[in-house]
Design a protein around this ligand. Structure first.
Ligand SMILES: Nc1ncnc2c1ncn2[C@@H]1O[C@H](COP(=O)(O)OP(=O)(O)OP(=O)(O)O)[C@@H](O)[C@H]1O
Length: 692
């Protein structure tokens, strides 16, 4: 934008009212100005002295020494020096004196603007603008043509002359149809678009009407070569495909990939990484790796610049290793890639083991039985927590404890924990399953026998469980299945703390803590005479009743997490969790087999699923049926079953969700964890009839 101060003639000297006629004539001759600013003693503008004022003074034949004060014109137009030139255009053209006085903020004259200077500057500006426009039009890759109202060409830019391979002068004055043959200028539209093929190039032509003068219109046609855009689009397609290929390679080559830049901020990661470390997308990209994944120690490699491989690490029971590799550019480290491997680790380990054992020609030995403590009893249930608390106290003494509860509720585990927390925790923990040993062997199993005690017996004799458990705990599982005669013998040992071996005469003293367990109603058995009352009271000094799993539903998911981690370790699977529907089924099921059943269900499901998340169809059929997710395995011959197993699972899941949501599709979507549009697609696919 041009400002006044850029085009005005600067004023260095002014006239005063006291200035004499002769000094004024000399001043006007020197400056050649027709209008001269007159100022007071403080330099502020008070009027102008014009050439006509001068003529008047001369005609009056005044003395040359006469001051000019009576001939000053006071009605003057002034403008501030900071104004834009455009804004005062009208002011100057209408001014009586024809000259504008430019003042500063203190009203002191700083310049004058005559019509001649204004005109000169306008012409200069217009030329500059024209040149700028031409440069823009000729250097742009848009073709531009301008016509008058009849469509006759008045301007073409360089791009158009190249486009149709003709010089500008052969086009000027010709009709625009010469370039756009199917042109129609008779319509009323202000804008129109044409497609034009010139040799191998395709152009989109945008024709718009412009107002040339107050009465006339003209047209501007802009030509865009779309071949360039098409080429770009093609290139983009290739790049996208390449990206897809690379992404697939990365996804399958490693179990997780993460990349950081020189500031240790995460710039790339694969979906498996999110799954394994249970991250949210938003918390990863652009964040410092030590905040998101400190356990990977990737930023260290930025400092050392040396690639390395981690020790075996573990997440949710899944063992993994990370290979950290620095990225260099021009000998500068610009980032680090972390490759995580976990899926094949188990297989490699197994092969390595069998290789090692075949090398050594030895078979793997069975591992030792583990001992459990109360810390390993997983629970969130308040009743269980209470039992554990009293278990800690009861465990300390030497009192007999009776653990009751349905099969699979964790009685044996609890017995282990009691033993571990007791003073004899370092001693042996010996288990006798009273239901599993044949009646006639129970006695010798308990008390052992002397050498040659009966025919077929080992000549060296046998040590019984009581002997083995000396100084520790004897756990009598399924005590309700013990015969009455043995109950009598057991009672004697409990009372006298000594026993005889079968066929022996020597009294053997024992220091054994007895923990018994049963799922049988011992009180009823006492009434029915199948369990000794005195033994019952002897055992029942402290009694612990473990609640069934369906009365501690909070524990179902907690235990599921625990089993996933444990079984991943044990079986080398890499299961990361379960799909929402699985959770729903687990929570709905009654779990008659309690925790043992839950563990078995997970073991089976994880073997079927292998990696990722456990899905509905990985659960056993009997369980799905029980909660109403009948996947119709037996009906596979049925002609109705055109669908795959997966699809049938999906159908039942949708049915179930809709029933649960009372037909409310939004709720059903939430239960299914899918979008509304996907639900509609599925309903259509399976031809479900659903009331709106
Ligand atoms: N709270 C728990 N936390 C972790 N695992 C548990 C828990 N309770 C039970 N289990 C596991 O469930 C399975 C069954 O437990 P356990 O054998 O102790 O049950 P039980 O009541 O003695 O069964 P049964 O009466 O049939 O002998 C075991 O694998 C055990 O480790």
């Amino acid at each position: 934008m041009l400002h006044l101060k850029n085009v005005m003639e600067p004023v260095k000297e002014c006239l005063f009212p006291e200035t004499s006629l002769i000094q004024t004539i000399k001043f006007m001759k020197k400056t050649k100005w027709n209008t001269v600013p007159v100022v007071n003693q403080s330099g502020k503008l008070i009027g102008v002295f014009t050439r006509s004022s001068l003529y008047n003074m001369l005609l009056l034949e005044l003395d040359y020494s006469t001051p000019i004060e009576n001939f000053i014109k006071n009605d003057i137009g002034t403008t501030n020096q900071h104004k834009e030139l455009n804004n005062i255009e009208e002011g100057i053209s209408k001014s009586e004196v024809g000259t504008g006085i430019i003042v500063d903020d203190d009203r002191k004259p700083v310049g004058i603007l005559t019509p001649q200077t204004a005109a000169k500057n306008y012409i200069k500006n217009t030329r500059l603008l024209k040149e700028q426009l031409e440069i823009i039009l000729n250097t742009s890759n848009l073709g531009a043509v301008m016509t008058d109202e009849s469509g006759r060409i008045i301007f073409v830019n360089y791009v158009v002359t190249k486009m149709i391979n003709q010089p500008a002068h052969t086009l000027i004055s010709n009709n625009l149809q010469m370039i756009i043959p199917n042109l129609n200028l008779s319509g009323d539209e202000r804008e129109a678009t044409y497609q034009l093929k010139i040799r191998e190039n395709t152009y989109i032509v945008r024709l718009s009407r412009y107002r040339k003068t107050r009465e006339n219109h003209g047209y501007i046609a802009l030509f865009q070569n779309t071949s360039e855009i098409e080429n770009l689009a093609q290139e983009l397609k290739i790049v996208n495909r390449l990206k897809r290929v690379l992404q697939t390679i990365i996804d399958h080559a490693y179990d997780g990939v993460v990349m950081i830049n020189e500031e240790a901020k995460i710039t790339f990661y694969s979906p498996q990484l999110i799954e394994l470390f249970e991250l949210e997308n938003e918390t990863i990209n652009g964040n410092h790796v030590d905040e998101v994944l400190p356990q990977l120690h990737l930023s260290n490699v930025l400092k050392t610049g040396v690639a390395d491989i981690s020790e075996l690490m573990e997440k949710k029971g899944i063992k993994y290793m990370i290979h950290r590799i620095p990225i260099y550019q021009d000998e500068q480290i610009i980032g680090v890639v972390g490759k995580i491997v976990y899926r094949q680790l188990h297989e490699v380990r197994e092969r390595f083991r069998s290789y090692e054992s075949s090398e050594r020609g030895v078979k793997n030995n069975k591992t030792e039985e583990s001992k459990f403590t109360f810390n390993e009893i997983i629970t969130e249930d308040s009743q269980m927590k209470k039992l554990i608390k009293s278990g800690y106290k009861a465990g300390k003494g030497n009192t007999t404890i009776l653990i009751r509860g349905e099969s699979g509720t964790g009685k044996e585990l609890f017995a282990h924990a009691l033993h571990s927390s007791s003073f004899c925790g370092q001693g042996p923990f010996i288990t006798v399953n009273c239901a599993a040993i044949p009646e006639h062997l129970l006695e010798s199993e308990f008390f052992g026998y002397e050498g040659g005690a009966f025919s077929g017996a080992n000549q060296k004799g046998k040590i019984g469980k009581f002997d083995l458990a000396n100084g520790g705990t004897l756990f009598l599982d399924e005590i309700g299945d013990m015969s009455l005669p043995l109950q009598a013998k057991l009672l004697r040992v409990l009372q006298e703390r000594e026993f005889y071996r079968v066929g022996g005469t020597e009294r053997i003293g024992v220091n054994v803590r007895i923990i018994a367990a049963t799922n049988k109603p011992l009180e009823d058995m006492v009434s029915a005479g199948t369990f000794r009352e005195d033994l019952f009271y002897r055992l029942n000094v402290i009694s612990v009743e473990l609640p069934p799993l369906n009365r501690r539903r909070k524990d179902i998911l907690l235990l599921s997490e625990f089993f996933i981690e444990k079984l991943n370790k044990q079986n080398g699977t890499s299961i990361l969790g379960w799909e929402p529907l699985v959770e729903q089924v687990l929570l709905e099921y009654d779990w008659p087999g309690n925790i043992r059943e839950l563990r078995n269900v997970w073991e089976r499901a994880m073997i079927f699923a292998e990696s990722g998340k456990v899905k509905l169809e990985d659960l056993p059929d009997y369980l799905l049926k029980k909660v109403g997710y009948d996947l119709g395995f037996e009906d596979s011959e049925d002609e109705m079953c055109d669908f795959s197993l997966m699809e049938r699972a999906e159908q039942f899941a949708i049915q179930k969700a809709l029933v649960q949501a009372n037909g409310n599709k939004s709720k059903a979507c939430k239960l299914l964890g899918i979008s509304r549009s996907l639900l509609y697609d599925k309903l259509k696919k399976y031809e479900f009839e659903v009331c709106e």
